[in-house]
Design a protein around this ligand. Sequence first.
Ligand SMILES: C=C(O[C@H]1C=CC=C(C(=O)O)[C@@H]1O)C(=O)O
Length: 410
Amino acid sequence: MRRHLTWPGPAAAPERLRQLVAFALQHKLPVALWRLPNTEAVQLCLSFSAEAALTGLTPALEPTAPAGFAFFPFRDTDHNPALFLPADAVFDTEHPELLQVNEAAEGAATLAHALLEWLNSSAEQPAPALSWHVSPQPVPHMAPPEEYAALVRRSVEAIENGEVLKVVSSRAASQPLPPHFDALNAFLELTRRYPTAFCSLVSAPGAGTWLGATPEILAQVTQDGKFCTMALAGTQPLQQGHKPSEAIWRQKEIEEQALVARYVVSCFKQLRLRDYQETGPRTVAAGEVLHLRTDFMVDLRKVPFPTLGTDMLRLLHPTSAVGGMPRQAALDFIEKHEGYDRAYYSGFLGPVNLPQPGAAHLFVNLRCFQLRPTEAILYAGTGLTIDSDPAREWRETELKLRTAGAILHE
Ligand SMILES: C=C(O[C@H]1C=CC=C(C(=O)O)[C@@H]1O)C(=O)O
């Protein structure tokens, strides 16, 4: 039972985003904002209960499944709970005069009333300060260059010994927040800088506050009945004055990406689905870097497979673009040797059945950072193969950290 409320007063869309976020934070509620690739509208999903957002289950993507925003960690543990924010209040900057409220939600009557009062009273007042949720977990260990080099060497040894074919190692790094840092403005800055990325800002009790601009689709179902995923891997710097299509790739990156593509195909095989379209690999730009990307598409109108999105999501996460191959051996290696908690980095996130039923857009949480009171914790990883060189891999993480880190310099 969704009701469209007409928003009182004449405020502009960004101010309305701020008012809704302020309400969520003041009531200790989870909130997510996002902007889909190649679109303009910013959307917001607010839940009326922090407990209701705690889900243990991978979300279902069918049109009849609950609507909300998924925020899943790399590894589902008590430290980093899997969240699905029920869509209790939904706002879209394309329709700033409207607010969609789910009246059937737990506690909806009281909170919807409080929300309306808040919106009425805050319309005239200056924007309140935002006190973002902070993760209850300690700041993760941050590997210095020598330690990361040792991890890369150990990974290459594991590949040489035949324990794994490929492994994705990663690290965290800290950057102080600039004076007067404002996370909401930073998110809007991400949307301006990276029009082709999925940009997000998620703040939830138990998870903290995360911002990012990711290039990687994990599982997407569109209203016109298409399922899409991609194999994204291989990285090189974008050279000034060169087009992505002019990039030349080494064997190492070609193999690294081919392993990811092969994994996607193996998931289709497990589901006995043969009728998929494969395009690429092609070179694509993501901020300052280039990647190799193969797109996969299934036309669900021709291939009746209503649960494909849900089934593929379960098989894909974590993909070999963030774990490795074979999957379990690579994940075990990471758990044993990586030496820090990835938390929500390389997990997945995105809207399900929002703003309308029948569409789900889930992305791998890359090029992101976690917000702490005075610093941002940024994350980046690199796919390693037998030919990996530690110094080069370190430089690659530095380059990837700059995507989200770019907004911390101003
Ligand atoms: C793990 C990350 O990127 C993945 C996606 C594209 C290219 C990758 C690579 O070249 O290693 C990674 O597999 C990251 O950005 O932290």
